[in-house]
Design a protein around this ligand. Structure first.
Ligand code: NBP
Length: 484
């Protein structure tokens, strides 16, 4: 009996297109979907035939794949993955490879990996970015997990991946454990920030400059030819030109309430766990929560319409807006890479940051020319502590600092919400402030809670406590400060 090279479980948007992509590269693909009938629809949509092995139960699906079996699970993240894994396990043989290609939480991947390996199986958590089109024509793929699995799946994965401008596949082994899904989570978090920065700029051009959608489309198209070139900026220009059936602009009819599936939230939670400053990306996630509170916003707009101190200076410079976007983008990526760096140290993943930037250059949603600069920065210094310390980025953000401040100030004065750009700028200012105001925080904490503090005139690690109330009355000679 002829056997297939690989199997795909779950023929939703991503699974169906991924199966087609794999088959189009000359591999034989077994396909299975929980709800019967879906694979026949899928195969019909691909003109039927091909090197597909459609199956209607998991047992025959598993038996139709050559050893060691390679099975990609493309189902909804969460308990559905556990369901499929536990149904597959009794049917598999030692050395078979389970690959979860969905957007799983990396902590789930760590657990599933350990359980699979304890049963003699190999397990891969592969972040896949690019949406429907990427799955079909070439995605950015971030696999990690059992290292013995990589040589066995590498040929298929690198052939279905997008190709970077230099021809290299946008897929490389990320590392052990759940590192691939973690990197995909950070990718998505950066995607949240990129999108929110675009939305804030759109808002300024629309509300301050009163540009029409077609005028904004021209601005975004122009930006897409320069340093801001990116997939998201390009499709923003497209969106602004699309008409509804009555000839009006479709974008104006879209309800301003954005949803999310959880990867942004997971990234923020990881940043909290790793103690990494993540204000800008957190604001991008919270901005979606605020957007979803449509009724509350409508109510507040009625309450505060004439009482919120707006003092706009008028329209903004389009050039300054581009600079503010670019500077904010630098901060977003700096935060994302700092989070990956912290997690890499915590979990011992030894992540290759230049390699990660390289596989994001095509296929994925955040693809842009900007990623070449990041790859170059980490290639010249793999231990780069913060992207902002790279010469290219430190020069770029310094050159754009003044226009960035002007744009953020105008947004604040005009009362136009720009949570990401404001957080980006204040994150930058916080970072470059050598002597911060945290001395006051420490004094307050010590005053009310005896939490102690360190002194600038004593070595780090020596802690002091002051009886602040007594000191205020007794003056400098009193013995009110003690070393702990
Ligand atoms: P879809 O919603 O299009 O399809 C979901 C699939 O999961 C269907 O095949 C469904 O089977 C199956 N499924 C579910 Br739901 N529960 C199951 C269960 N308990 N057992 C077996 N199968 C089950 O999702 P999608 O957009 O293809 O996304 C798949 C994964 O890829 C997700 O993790 C998603 O986050 C990720 N992802 C999506 C995109 C994107 O742009 N859509 C991009 C990158 C990553 P059924 O037909 O029987 O209901």
């Amino acid at each position: 009996m002829e056997l297939s090279d690989i199997g795909v479980v779950g023929l939703g948007v991503m699974g169906a297109n991924l199966a087609r992509n794999i088959e189009s590269r000359g591999f034989r693909v077994s396909v299975y979907n929980r709800s019967g009938g879906r694979h026949s629809n899928v195969l019909q949509s691909f003109d039927g035939g091909g090197k597909f092995f459609p199956t209607d139960n998991l047992k025959s699906f598993v038996e139709s794949i050559s050893l060691p079996r390679k099975i990609i699970i493309m189902v909804k993240a969460g308990s559905a993955v556990d369901d499929v894994v536990s149904e597959l396990k009794p049917l598999l043989s030692k050395g078979d490879i389970i690959i979860d290609g969905g957007n799983s939480d990396f902590r789930d991947t760590r657990r599933r990996l350990a359980e699979a390996e304890s049963s003699g199986l190999l397990y891969v958590g592969a972040g896949i970015s690019g949406g429907e089109e990427g799955a079909l024509k070439g995605a950015s793929i971030m696999p990690s997990g059992s290292p013995e699995a990589w040589p066995k799946i590498k040929r298929i994965f690198t052939s279905i991946a997008a190709k970077a401008p230099d021809g290299s596949p946008c897929c490389r082994w990320i590392g052990p454990d759940g590192s691939g899904h973690f990197v995909k989570t950070v990718h998505n978090a950066i995607e949240y920030a990129d999108m929110q920065i675009i939305a804030e700029t759109y808002s300024l051009l629309k509300c301050s400059n009163k540009l029409s959608n077609s005028e904004m489309a021209a601005v975004f198209s122009d930006w897409n030819c320069g340093e801001l070139q990116s997939y998201l900026v390009g499709i923003t220009a497209d969106i602004l030109e699309v008409k509804d059936s009555d000839g009006s602009d479709l974008v104006d009819k879209i309800l301003d309430s954005a949803s999310q599936k959880g990867t942004g939230k997971w990234a923020v939670m990881s940043a909290l766990n790793e103690a990494v400053p993540f204000g800008l990306i957190s604001q991008a996630v919270f901005a979606r929560f605020v957007s979803a509170q449509k009724d509350g916003r409508v109510k507040a707009s009625g309450v505060f319409s004439d009482r919120c101190g707006i003092s706009s200076s008028g329209s903004v410079s389009v050039r300054d807006a581009a600079d503010a976007m670019y500077a904010s983008k630098i901060m977003a990526y700096a935060q994302g890479f700092s989070l990956m760096r912290a997690a890499s140290e915590t979990y011992g993943w030894n992540l290759d940051f230049a390699g990660i930037a390289k596989i994001w250059r095509n296929g994925c949603i955040i693809r842009s020319v900007f990623l070449d600069k990041i790859a170059a920065a980490f290639e010249s210094n793999p231990k780069l502590e913060n992207m902002l310390f790279d010469t290219y980025f430190s020069n770029a953000i310094s050159e754009k600092a003044l226009p960035w401040r002007k744009i953020v100030s105008e947004a604040v004065l005009a009362g136009i919400p720009a949570p990401c750009m404001c957080a980006a700028l204040s994150g930058f200012d916080s970072l470059r402030t050598a002597r911060s105001s945290a001395n006051i925080l420490q004094a307050l904490r010590d005053y009310f809670g005896s939490h102690t503090y360190e002194r600038i005139d004593r070595p780090r690690g020596e802690f002091f406590h002051t009886d602040w109330a007594a000191a205020r009355v007794a003056g400098p000679l009193a013995k009110i400060t003690k070393k702990i």
